[in-house]
Design a protein around this ligand. Structure first.
Ligand SMILES: Nc1nc2c(ncn2[C@@H]2O[C@H](COP(=O)(O)OP(=O)(O)OP(=O)(O)O)[C@@H](O)[C@H]2O)c(=O)[nH]1
Length: 324
């Protein structure tokens, strides 16, 4: 979910960076060509074409992370070639390129790329005959540190946004928004890779009575305990979502023969472990629908919901499967 948000943001940064790089480098293609420096002019042109092609590829195929990493390596390699070829004339490109690297890849990766590029520059370029090495080190360390801090902070902000956007604040389960996004991914994976999956709607039985008898705070605690028990009894790639109230969705990828044992085991564990403060068991009813070819988001949820309705009407504390 948040990956989509982060990818959209990263894509807009890539487009911005591509435009800035083109507008920034293009005048030098002309200036260097007019000055008779055809090699430098061609190198600059290749940089523009390379960046533009990569950004277009990222936009078209949504391979944002990998393309960002390639562009980061590409502009750093380009920078080294240009500085080694042109000398001090092109040296100051190092600052925008190093700063852009932090926009393109994770802060720690950017720092590593910048350090390697600096070492190569010191080893193979003669620019430090005319530029003070100390001044270079001080300024580049300052630039790298401040962009590192900024990029790390922004990464943390994204993680926080992810939590706020996809996690139910009361129980810590994933929320309906996360479900809407993940269910589409699960459908695509089942459709394209034949992954066997099922969706279960879990609904606590007589939960209103829990609230009425023990109060809303205890009801909240029971919901939290339910999520803890469920998440410790599913595998790490299975997902639990809170639909609302005392209704949850479980999205599980497992072979069809194992579905029944898995879900029965979960129901009995919840029945055994989920209790009111005075030790009364709280049970759960489940409606299960396996993925079948042609399933859509709506039909999948509807089939599970119909099965849940049957489980409730047949007495609760049971699992009912949709066999359509
Ligand atoms: N404590 C607490 N209660 C909630 C929350 N959200 C919904 N509820 C309560 O959950 C109860 C749901 O009641 P019903 O829909 O009648 O369901 P039920 O009593 O579990 O009955 P069945 O589902 O038919 O077994 C209502 O009393 C809601 O107020 C919540 O976040 N915290």
């Amino acid at each position: 979910m948040i990956n989509q948000l982060q990818e959209k943001y990263q894509l807009s940064l890539l487009l911005l960076l591509g435009s800035v790089a083109t507008l920034g480098i293009l005048p030098f293609v002309v200036i260097r060509y007019l000055a008779g420096n055809t090699l430098a002019s061609m190198l600059d042109m290749m940089l523009i074409l390379g960046i533009s092609a990569l950004v277009a590829y990222a936009y078209r195929f949504k391979k944002i992370r990998i393309v960002s990493a390639i562009i980061a390596l590409f502009i750093n390699a380009g920078l080294l070639v240009v500085v080694i070829a042109n000398g001090v004339d092109s040296f100051f490109w190092i600052y925008p390129v190093f700063a852009s690297t932090f926009i393109l890849v994770k802060p720690i990766e950017a720092l590593s790329i910048n350090i390697i590029a600096s070492i190569v520059l010191m080893a193979f370029s003669d620019v430090f005959n005319s530029i003070s090495l100390i001044s270079y080190i001080v300024t580049i360390v300052m630039l790298s540190m401040s962009t590192f801090v900024y990029a790390s902070h922004s990464e943390k902000q994204f993680r926080l946004l992810e939590a706020l956007n996809t996690i139910d604040p009361l129980t810590g389960a994933l929320n309906r928004r996360a479900l809407n996004s993940d269910i589409k991914i699960a459908l695509a994976s089942a459709e394209h890779n034949g992954t066997e999956q099922f969706l279960a709607i879990l609904d606590l039985d007589y939960f209103k009575a829990v609230n009425d008898t023990y109060g809303h705070a205890v009801g909240d605690q029971v919901l939290q305990d339910f999520v803890t028990i469920t998440t410790t009894n599913i595998r790490k790639y299975d997902r639990l979502y809170r639909l609302g109230g005392e209704e949850f969705v479980l999205l599980v990828s497992t072979a069809k023969e194992q579905q029944q044992a898995f879900i029965d085991n979960l129901r009995t564990t919840i029945k055994k472990e989920l209790k009111t403060p005075d030790g009364k068991e709280v049970t759960v009813s489940l409606g299960v629908a396996s993925w079948a070819s042609g399933t859509t988001v709506d039909t999948w949820l509807k089939r599970a919901d119909d099965a849940l309705y049957l489980a409730k009407s047949e007495g609760r504390d049971r699992v009912t499967y949709c066999d359509k």
